[in-house]
Design a protein around this ligand. Structure first.
Ligand code: FAD
Length: 435
């Protein structure tokens, strides 16, 4: 086993979105920065983002007088106010400018979501690769940081690493950035080892759960429902109280439920499940109408078409595959022969209730392998707001998903990676320049 050693002023662990932005920014500010990455290439996760197109950011909050405040509302953390000072320094406009200066113009598509003009995530990595080469930033690939120690003397940080060939390598630095991501998509290199390194340095972790992920349901007719899409409202209920609602296109799958509103709701569900609470997902199939409007509408409809079967009468109103399941669930027409004129008030009442509040027991999320982000992570109480430096270890900074900050679906997690990477690098440069 060969043992080698290298020293840099700043070592950044992780060549994901946050580490890459930090490296480019730090180098531009005159810092001797190097990256250590366990994969054989940069940004493996970025490649998988936005269905291969990379939803870099979202400009829908970049209007009005206080853009950063609007943007900050898209983030979640145990310390709700933590992301704002970071986003005030580097928000959506700064991200657009940053990529423009690197040679990557962005375009805006649906709901303000922004992508590289070529609509290829690979282009983002190509641009970062060129930026690192232009600036002579060394990247030590296939090198995993196994352990870290801090000393008040120089060098302050000593990293024990192992290469793909099982060589032991020691890296030392005066400053250290942990940009190691969370636990999602472990195939991209994020196995949670960043948490262990932070803990070795005295930090604590807020229990991480999968965020932006599909939900598993306990429901007997999932096979029949699988593949059905509809526009509706999803609500997460715990102890009969709604804790978050989201509207949009919902999709049933053979294991449960997916679609943008479900992905948005998932972090709340995951936290409650981790607390062993019973979690209910209630779906409103008629969110465009109040219950009274729905009753009026169907009473009139059935008044006109009383001679038709209930199943036939609903053909133009609901997805055809939904009808037999809903009628079965409401217990009103197992055989699909019942005529509308023969519906009792009790049956109708149950059907109206179901259309407005169809409840499913959530048993689990689809896990970190399928999640897009990690909710939870290193406690932000232990970081200085606005610089991202550790309050416990001088010279240690955190950026990206490793800390307890996660964003909504729509480009906000990558925006956090760019913002936090940039802000940490600027804060270090400011510190080095004496103010
Ligand atoms: C399928 C999918 C799609 C997504 N789509 C979008 C999207 O379109 N828009 C959006 O905003 N967000 C999206 N996200 C979320 C977004 O990609 C992440 O939040 C963001 O990339 C996190 O960046 P990061 O720099 O914090 O960490 P990561 O990108 O996860 O990078 C961390 C890096 O650290 C390395 N590393 C970890 N531990 C060690 C160690 N001990 N030693 C050496 N190296 C180490 C890893 O190999 C990895 O390369 C998506 C996520 C997934 C999984």
């Amino acid at each position: 086993m060969k043992q080698t050693s290298q020293h840099h002023q700043l070592i950044i662990i992780g060549a994901g979105g946050s580490g890459l932005t930090a490296a480019v920014t730090a180098r531009d500010l005159g810092i001797d920065a190097a990256i250590i990455e366990s994969n054989d290439r940069i940004g493996k996760k970025v490649l998988t983002t936005g269905n291969g197109r990379c939803n870099i950011t979202n400009e829908s909050t970049a209007t009005g007088t206080d853009e950063a405040v609007a943007l900050a509302r898209k983030y979640h953390s145990n310390q709700g106010a933590f992301p704002l000072p970071v986003l005030q320094q580097f928000g959506v406009r700064q991200a657009i400018d940053f990529f423009a200066t690197l040679g990557l113009p962005l375009i805006s598509l649906e709901d303000g979501r922004m992508y590289p003009m070529s609509l290829q995530a690979a282009a983002v990595l190509e641009i970062f690769k060129l930026a690192l080469e232009d600036r002579n930033v060394p990247v030590y690939f296939q090198t995993k940081v196994l352990d870290v120690t801090y000393s008040p003397n120089h060098p302050r940080f000593t990293l024990q690493c192992q290469t793909e060939n099982e060589e032991q390598v020691v890296y030392t630095s005066e400053y250290l950035f942990l940009c190691t991501g969370g636990l999602t998509a472990p195939k991209t290199g994020t196995d949670g080892s960043g948490y262990v390194l932070a803990e070795r340095l005295g930090h604590t972790r807020i229990y991480p759960v999968p965020g932006i992920v599909q939900l598993k349901l306990d429901y007997p007719y999932l096979k029949e429902l699988s593949g059905i899409k509809f526009e509706g409202m999803g609500r997460i209920l715990v102890r009969d109280e709604v804790i978050r609602s989201e509207y949009g296109e919902i999709l049933f799958t053979d294991y449960g439920i997916s679609g943008p509103p479900i992905l948005q709701l998932s972090r709340k569900a995951a936290y409650q499940l981790a607390k062993e609470e019973e979690v209910i997902l209630a779906v409103d199939l008629m969110s465009g109408r109040t219950e009274e409007e729905l009753v009026d509408f169907l009473e009139t409809h059935w008044g006109i078409f009383g001679h038709r079967t209930v199943a036939d009468s609903l053909a133009g109103i609901l997805n055809k595959k939904l009808i037999p399941v809903l009628l079965k669930e409401a217990g009103i027409d197992e055989q699909l022969h019942l005529l509308c004129q023969d519906l009792t008030w009790k049956m109708k009442k149950e059907f109206y209730r179901l259309l407005k509040r169809w409840e499913f027991k959530v048993t689990d999320t689809n896990g970190f392998t399928h999640a897009q982000t990690t909710a939870g992570g290193i406690d932000t109480e232990e970081l200085t707001t606005g610089t991202l430096e550790s309050k416990l270890v001088p010279g240690l900074y955190l950026a990206g998903e490793v800390m307890d900050v996660d964003g909504d679906c729509g480009g906000y997690n990558l925006q956090w990676a760019w913002s936090s990477g940039h802000v940490a690098a600027r804060a270090l440069a400011k510190h080095l320049s004496g103010g």
